[in-house]
Design a protein around this ligand. Structure first.
Ligand SMILES: [Zn+2]
Length: 185
């Protein structure tokens, strides 16, 4: 059976239940889940490949699952660097109170937006997060850099697009990110 469903999707998780009736009393039900992210604001792990999902106990401070308490100081750091990078102070002030939500994004998605919110995947598509706000561009191989992903999503909030990645100073606006790479110093 094939089919096409068109509807104005907003980001989120949708569960579909399809019921087939053979006309003789036989009924089969299949349930599938569809995760929708906004491609124009999403940032994906390079090659669209998710990492091996680690169990919580395997994640140490360098490779970890994200917690809300990690976010506030990193957001301040990212906004400060955007300002140093020449983004207008008023534009930064307008997005300072953006809510950043930690969610389970599908597959290789690291971050995205949903309306006025920023969504960050809880375990960096299985790679684990590198949570560190020092300005060094020398970061460990393995985890995904949260500073770069936050810069990317806040970049969208202030009006940057993936095309801005062509300018060196906005390299963090690229559509994909490699593990162990920081594109924002
Ligand atoms: Zn994006």
């Amino acid at each position: 059976m094939t089919g096409l469903i068109r509807w104005p999707a907003t980001a989120g998780q949708y569960v579909f239940s399809i019921q087939a009736n053979d006309g003789h009393g036989g009924i089969a039900t299949q349930t599938s889940t569809l995760n929708v992210v906004r491609a124009e604001t999403a940032l994906f792990a390079e090659d669209g490949v998710a990492g091996q999902r680690m169990s919580f106990s395997e994640l140490d401070d360098g490779f970890r699952r994200l917690q809300t308490s990690d976010l506030a100081s990193l957001v301040d750091e990212v906004l400060g660097r955007l300002e140093t990078g020449g983004i207008d102070q008023a534009r930064i002030a307008a997005v300072r109170n953006t809510s950043v939500r930690i969610v389970d994004l599908p597959d290789a998605a690291l971050g995205s937006t949903d309306g006025d919110s920023i969504l960050i995947d809880m375990d960096a598509a299985g790679y684990g997060w590198y949570v560190d706000s020092t300005p060094s561009s020398d970061i460990p191989a393995g985890p995904m850099d949260l500073v770069t992903v936050l810069a990317h999503e806040f970049g969208h909030r202030i009006g940057l697009t993936h095309e801005d990645a062509e300018q060196d100073r906005f390299a963090f606006m690229g559509e994909t990110l490699q593990a162990g790479v920081r594109k924002f110093v």
